[in-house]
Design a protein around this ligand. Structure first.
Ligand SMILES: [Zn+2]
Length: 111
């Protein structure tokens, strides 16, 4: 599984938001049902989408509403997004603690 938005890999047991979609005929015989599709978003993309402006297209807005519902109803999803973000930050070298002095930007004062 990959996140639909950022294409990052979502392994088994990894936190994500899944959207299930299928189409079905109503009032038409025989009743037809399409295959179910599963769309996944990583926690950061789900939170980022929910915080962002509404997308274009009625179907996109419907999905956006559902994601906003999840993000807005419980802080657990936000938490998951933060955890992943801090995990990425932890992989980056810490500035100022690795012995190299940060170069002051031009025009800044040093005391
Ligand atoms: Zn993503």
């Amino acid at each position: 599984m990959h996140c639909l938005r950022c294409n990052c890999e979502l392994g088994v047991g990894q936190k994500s938001v899944a959207l299930y979609m299928f189409a079905q005929t109503v009032g038409i015989r025989p009743r037809q049902k399409s295959a179910a599709h599963r769309i996944s978003f990583c926690p950061q993309c789900a939170v980022s989408l929910a915080m962002g402006p509404p997308p274009e297209g009625a179907l996109n807005v419907a999905a956006w509403d559902m994601i906003r519902d999840l993000v807005g109803s419980d802080p657990a999803l936000n938490q998951a997004a933060w955890e992943t973000l801090s995990g990425v930050v932890g992989l980056l070298p810490a500035t100022g603690t690795d012995g190299t002095r940060s170069v002051p930007s031009p025009g800044s004062f040093e005391f």
